[in-house]
Write a protein that binds this ligand. Structure first.
Ligand code: ADP
Ligand code: MG
Length: 285
């Protein structure tokens, strides 16, 4: 097995391309190089330490959530867990003030999205807690004020952690990856296309975790809306490989953290190349 193949095989286990690059850089700096066997050994060692790191980060977040007497992770927490498992998420920064929100927006680059972060608000857009497509600092300032106003009007006592400033994922085909705990079979994965396909038509597939690459592919091609992913009219084909990776990473996450009762990546924007999770929700037992 070549190094590249080994890496690809282990990628769903939480490594990302940066790990490979970092490793390759390290190799370049070493004089004379090393044998293939030695290199593989090094890669596996990197993987196990990365895995230990992963377990640690998610566990730390879960422990913190439990300590605060919560069951539901904030979007910041859920996305941090997801990102550590190699699930692509929108870049984000938590702003505590309007000034901070404007500064973060400039750093991330316009357009941006603003979202309320509160342990008392699960469905953010229902309470006017989401503003998308903000094109400049002025729009960010207005949206910040409006979100605060909306949230206070909805629940004057809602605890507010801050406002999340995140990159705006360009509109595209939306898919949903979910996880639930089946009382009989344990962690299970769900896949479907976003919007009416899941909500109205219940066009979804399920598999008991852990899943294999083939099972992930089957899940995707089984939904009735699958032809939409293959491209239609002016819409180019979606990167099915990127969805497969997300399903495998989610499978790994829920297997390693059985305290997860529910997980919801809704929606994930899928592009011709790559995908991006726009909203993530994790609920603990
Ligand atoms: P909630 O589900 O809690 O109401 P979401 O974070 O899902 O809040 O935001 C609501 C909707 O806003 C999403 O379904 C999506 O259409 C859009 N949206 C949210 N964040 C982004 C983003 N970063 N880029 C593009 N669209 C977004
Ligand atoms: Mg959502």
């Amino acid at each position: 097995m070549s190094l590249e193949q080994a890496f690809r095989k282990l990628e769903p286990r939480g490594l990302d391309s940066r790990d490979l690059e970092r490793w390759q850089d390290g190799q370049k700096q070493k004089k004379g190089g090393t044998s293939g066997r030695h290199r593989l050994k090094y890669l596996y060692r990197t993987i196990s330490s990365k895995e230990a790191e992963l377990m640690d980060k998610a566990s730390t977040i879960f422990a913190h959530v439990k300590k605060e007497g919560r069951k539901s992770l904030l979007e910041t927490e859920a996305k941090t867990v997801c990102a550590d498992y190699g699930i692509p998420v929108t870049k984000f920064k938590l702003a505590k003030s309007e000034t901070e929100a404007s500064r973060f927006a400039k750093e991330l680059g316009f357009p941006v999205v603003l979202k309320i972060v509160s342990p008392d608000i699960i469905h953010k857009s229902d309470v006017g807690g989401v503003a998308i497509g903000l094109k400049d600092a002025e729009a960010v300032k207005n949206a910040f004020e409006q979100i605060m106003k909306n949230v206070k009007k909805h629940d004057a006592k809602a605890r507010i952690v801050g406002v999340l400033v995140q990159e705006m994922a360009p509109p595209s085909t939306e898919v949903i990856v979910g996880a639930i705990k089946d009382p009989q079979f344990g962690p299970a994965l769900m896949f479907g296309l976003g919007g009416i396909f899941v909500e109205v038509l219940k066009d979804v597939t399920f598999r008991i975790a852990p899943i294999t690459v083939d099972e992930a592919r089957d899940m995707i091609s089984e939904v009735k809306a699958y032809p939409l992913l293959k491209g239609y009219r002016n819409t180019p084909p979606a990167d099915v490989g990127a969805i497969v990776k997300i399903l495998l990473s989610t499978s790994k996450l829920i297997m390693e953290h059985q305290e997860i009762k529910e997980l919801d990546l809704n929606p994930i924007m899928v592009y011709e190349k790559g995908a991006k999770t726009v909203d993530a929700r994790i609920i603990l037992e």
